[in-house]
Design a binder for this molecule. Structure first.
Ligand code: F3S
Length: 403
């Protein structure tokens, strides 16, 4: 792989050990994937924030890198933590967990990273343009950036995204190259899709079939999906498969401007979402906690939740997770107040996967996200119900999953 003079100097240690280590990581990936050279990135999104996932070893690794002088050189945002960084006490987060989580965030702050703590950086100020090269981790954000924004990123891991942020570069391979962005799996969708939960269910099925191929979807009925539907679709595909890019014919930007279909692509038909609903919806009747906002809720989703609550007092806990920027706008518009008046909460900074939910006594969770359902069941070992936002809000008001 070709390196320019500046890159060779960084690799020799001229910019210090932290930058040297970062370039070693970026260059090693380039060698593995046979990249020709490195390319500048305009932004990074770093995952690996929740203390529940990182643990002590992860925190030590980050602290050592920061102590060596690791500092980012491009705008860099951060994935969710395991708790709201301000309201963690009110949410009942254990003190020791919170202390360690705040330490993780402080290390990232030292590195110059914006403490956005969201998996929807594109709703919180990190909005790359069409064709921009970026280095993002967090699979749902990667999918959105590639597919809906037309930016270019591979599915970076936390350390490789951080290395790209420190060097301002990534290796030119994978989805940075035109020919890898073509669709190889045509998905003819015949069933109507009514809600983001339906798009999430569809994405879950497509991801399982696509694995790491680029799906090219034809939506043959129903209204055109918007931001929330596409966000749910991509997050689900990225969770059940390794899909980092998809196209929707006539809608997503590359599929509007170019022929993104590879010749000889396999064609599959999906005429029912039952398989996804059955796979992810459990059997528990009692619900302790309803989780909306995986990926983090948009303003429209917060408003829709407030509308569905319609002033009713809830029986189960209801947490709507979102980016802090979005929470502040929601508060200014009175949406947070409407949800809190029903005893629900709008929670910033947090992802509930990796949060100490079991320790806090939660057993039965309802969500409208297949990604959330998949990880809560398989990672956090909780009982999960999966359904539409309306079903989830009803479950919150009754403390039971609707019949
Ligand atoms: Fe975001 Fe966590 Fe869901 S990172 S996509 S809220 S699993």
């Amino acid at each position: 792989m070709r390196l320019n003079d500046e890159e060779r100097a960084i690799l020799s240690g001229r910019e210090g050990p932290a930058a040297q280590k970062a370039l070693e990581i970026v260059a090693a990936l380039g060698e593995i994937y046979r990249a020709e050279d490195l390319i500048p990135v305009v932004s990074a999104q770093v995952a690996g924030v929740s203390y529940g996932n990182l643990g002590e070893a992860g925190l030590e690794f980050l602290r050592a890198w920061a102590d060596e002088g690791a500092r980012v050189v491009v705008p860099t945002t951060l994935n969710p933590a395991g708790m709201d960084l301000q309201a963690w006490r009110e949410l009942g987060i254990p003190e020791e967990y919170a202390r360690r989580q705040l330490e993780v965030v402080e290390v990232y702050r030292t590195m110059g990273i914006t403490i956005s703590c969201s998996c929807t950086p594109y709703l919180a100020g990190n909005l790359p343009g069409f064709g921009h090269h970026i280095a993002w981790s967090e699979s749902s954000a990667v999918s959105y950036a590639n597919s809906v924004l037309g930016a270019r990123t591979n599915r970076e891991g936390g350390p490789s995204a951080l290395a790209a942020a420190i060097t301002g570069r990534t290796a030119r391979y994978g989805l940075h190259l035109d020919h890898n962005r073509q669709g190889h799996l045509v998905v003819e969708v015949g069933c109507p899709l009514g809600s983001p939960a339906d798009f999430s269910a569809l994405g879950y099925m497509v991801g399982q079939m696509a694995t790491d191929r680029v799906p090219y979807l034809r939506l043959n009925s129903g209204p055109e999906p918007g931001l929330d539907e596409l966000k749910a679709l991509g997050a689900a595909m990225a969770a059940s498969g390794a899909v980092a890019l998809y196209h929707v014919e006539g809608l997503t930007p590359e599929a509007r401007s170019h022929n993104m279909l590879a010749s000889g692509a396999t064609v599959i038909n999906i005429d029912s979402l039952d398989e996804s609903y059955q796979a992810l919806d459990g059997t528990s009747q009692d619900i302790d906690l309803v989780w909306i906002g995986c990926p983090h809720a948009s303003l429209a989703e917060i408003e829709h939740t407030a509308d569905l609550l319609a002033g009713a007092q809830i029986e189960a806990e209801l947490w709507v997770t979102t980016a802090r920027d979005v929470l502040e706008t929601a508060s200014a518009k009175g949406l947070t107040g409407r949800i809190e008046a029903c005893a629900g909460r709008v929670v910033a900074d947090a992802c509930l996967v990796g949060a100490p939910l079991g320790e806090m006594g939660f057993r039965n969770i309802a969500t409208n996200s297949t990604k959330g359902a998949f990880y809560l069941r398989n990672h956090s070992h909780l009982q999960v119900r999966f359904g539409s936002l309306a079903q989830c809000v009803e479950a919150a008001t009754r403390g039971r999953w609707p019949a």
